[in-house]
Design a binder for this molecule. Sequence first.
Ligand code: MLT
Length: 303
Amino acid sequence: MFTIQTLNKISEKGLGLLDPERFAVKDDAAQPEGIILRSHKMHDMTLPESLLAVARAGAGVNNIPIESCTDKGIVVFNTPGANANSVKELVISGMLLSSRKIVEGVSWARNLKGESDVEKTVEKGKKDYAGPEIMGKTLGVIGLGAIGVMVANAAADLGMNVLGFDPYISVDSAWGLSAGVRRAKSLEAAVAECDFISIHVPLLESTKGMVDSSLISRMKDGVRILNFARGPLVNDADIITALESGKVAKYITDFPNAELLNQENVLPIPHLGASTPEAEENCAVMASRQLADYLSSGNIKNS
Ligand code: MLT
């Protein structure tokens, strides 16, 4: 019998796959062989001697002490692609929300408190909350893993010009990338001509703060930046300066840090990219299978 500890609430659809004769699932366990988690930060935790594997029901693994796990021979899994569609849908919504000033228009309309008539609302909407289509605009997708590829393809389907860049994967070899996505030679070249830039790289020492004043200075005036990957990829102080000067028109982020909340041109989203029942289920299913497979047979399959 193996004990699997859950550090976050994990969809029953996934945990239900674990044979109760072989796996005891507990949210509190002294000596678990496996851990399954979502966003719980494991860095302050003493790794149990018994631990053999950790499965992150999600893409990012920056909440897991990878080096300490590796030193102790603990295998770390994530669930690449399992929540990609949910994130993609929110990224596309983020572009539309910001371009068409939907949040501003809705907030204004809610504050009417029944005092206005429809005609006045329509007049005000046309005057203050009109915004352009995204078709024909250029989107730069930085990072061509499962989520980046889905975002690039969906944007191309919506008639956007899409430029892709990944430091490791060439546009030619990015799995499933639509033929309409153009290749950028460098990060700087990728961002130079874009109306929208969406970041989809993992948070590593080498990517921390990659969107800083230097990279922003290469972008078009009035660019809109979307960050549904990890907050620290963007230097908050630099983006605030760029928003204040108008260099960046909007920062749409799934990581609403305190200093960003009061910025007029920030659209703070409370980490909802993967918050759909479908993504939660897909991630839980993949993570549960990975743990069960490894603990019972020693198989390592990160998919
Ligand atoms: C991810 O890394 O895929 C997301 O952070 C998942 C989540 O929000 O649970």
